[in-house]
Design a protein around this ligand. Structure first.
Ligand code: GDP
Ligand code: MG
Length: 370
């Protein structure tokens, strides 16, 4: 079986070969246009370009470049999805808690009770921001490697008393590779030994020039424990989000990504899903990775049952047949037969990946109906 060349893939995607080569280079795969690439790389590339791979059965595989992109007039503004990254003990959890705590309105009975791996806060102007709790560095790069770009903005937390550490640098590299804009939160500025200016200087060595140093990466001094600088940080997020002009079509079948999943003794398999476009509703039939199901109930980050969830909303979904993996695509389909078909196909691909030493044939992957 023949592997696919960059040229052939470009033709099928309706993109320029040179653009594919450029994207591959950025992904760390330097190849020329006549060289072949493996299936995983091809898949990643296709998703990178916002196209989709249609896989219903092995014989019916096609790249769909027409229906995937939502027409401009269907797009509506959506909240930014933010991930906090940084070295261990630099205050990621404290900062997430502080932001969450600050946003709990005094009148809101019970506050936030549910841990679903993501939460939303409402800003004074009523706009929302979604924070992802889970993706640590590994989850973040794993999700990205599988083509799931769930984050719009990364907040890099650096403790002002410790400076840049190995996981800080790792986070910087992941963020750069993902092409996601960064906001630097210089934390623990309440400590007497805090040296925020030193952090800014250290960042320069990694080509991160913060605004304070004349660059365009926003930096905000915060103290997660003293709860200072949080408003400024939220403002920085809002500003960055405005620049990104984040939009999605809410009026279509929902698509998203599994953020985390588990087996609950009483309620069965549960998944927290970040809806990325469309609106997810109770009763929708879906495929999540190699598992399928029908949405029995949805629970938001405040532990409330909800009937629908639009773009950038994290929800816990009940009604799965099995526990999917973090990073799995979540797709609403028209009926249960179709859901089983897609799930079975994905399962087959997964099994094959596990059992065959040789790479899965790219020819199968991109075979079209002749
Ligand atoms: P993570 O590993 O990045 O999630 O860090 P944690 O949020 O668990 O924080 C690690 C430690 O640093 C804890 O003991 C926190 O109380 C402390 N810490 C976090 N933020 C601050 C801060 O702004 N000021 C001070 N003084 N301590 C902080
Ligand atoms: Mg933590």
């Amino acid at each position: 079986p023949e592997a696919i060349t960059v040229q052939e893939l470009a033709k099928r995607m309706g993109e320029r070969g040179a653009d594919l080569v450029k994207a591959l280079f950025k992904m760390g795969t330097p190849v020329t246009i006549t060289e072949t690439i493996d299936q995983d790389t091809a898949e990643l590339l296709i998703e990178e370009f916002g196209h989709r791979i249609n896989r219903v059965s092995e014989a019916d595989v096609d790249i769909d470049t027409s229906t995937d992109v939502d027409p401009a007039d269907t797009l509506k503004p959506r909240p930014p999805v933010v991930t906090i990254m940084g070295h261990v003990d630099h205050g990621k959890t404290s900062l997430l808690d502080a932001i969450r705590g600050a946003s709990v309105q005094s009148g809101e009975a019970g506050g936030i009770t549910q841990h679903i791996g993501a939460y939303q806060v409402q800003l004074p102007d009523k706009s929302k921001v979604t924070f992802l709790d889970t993706p640590g560095h590994e989850a973040f790069s794993e999700m990205r490697a599988r083509g799931a770009n769930v984050t719009d903005i990364v907040i890099l937390v650096v403790a002002a008393d410790d400076g840049l550490r190995p996981q800080t640098i790792e986070a910087i590299n992941h963020t750069k590779a993902a092409g996601v804009p960064m906001i630097v939160a210089i934390n623990k500025v309440d400590k007497p030994e805090a040296k925020p200016q030193k952090v800014r200087e250290e960042l320069l060595q990694h080509e991160i020039i913060v605004e304070d140093m004349g660059g365009d990466v926003q930096d905000v001094e915060v103290s997660a424990t003293k709860k200072t600088g949080l408003d400024k940080l939220l403002e920085a997020i809002q500003l960055q989000a405005e620049i990104l002009e984040l939009k999605a079509n809410p009026d279509r079948a929902a698509e998203g990504t599994v953020i985390e999943a588990k087996l609950d003794k009483g309620r069965g398999p549960l998944a927290t899903v970040l809806v990325q476009r469309g609106t997810l509703r109770v009763g929708d039939v879906f495929v999540a990775g190699a598992s399928s199901g029908k949405v029995r109930a949805m629970i938001n980050d405040k532990g409330q049952q909800i009937k629908e969830a639009g773009p950038s909303f994290p929800v816990e979904v009940l009604g799965l047949s099995a526990v999917p993996s973090a990073g799995d695509p979540f797709t609403v389909v028209e009926n249960e037969a179709r859901a089983r078909e897609v799930a079975d196909y994905r399962k087959g691909v997964l099994d094959k990946k596990r059992t065959t030493a040789a790479p899965v044939s790219v020819e199968n992957m991109f075979a079209t109906h002749a």
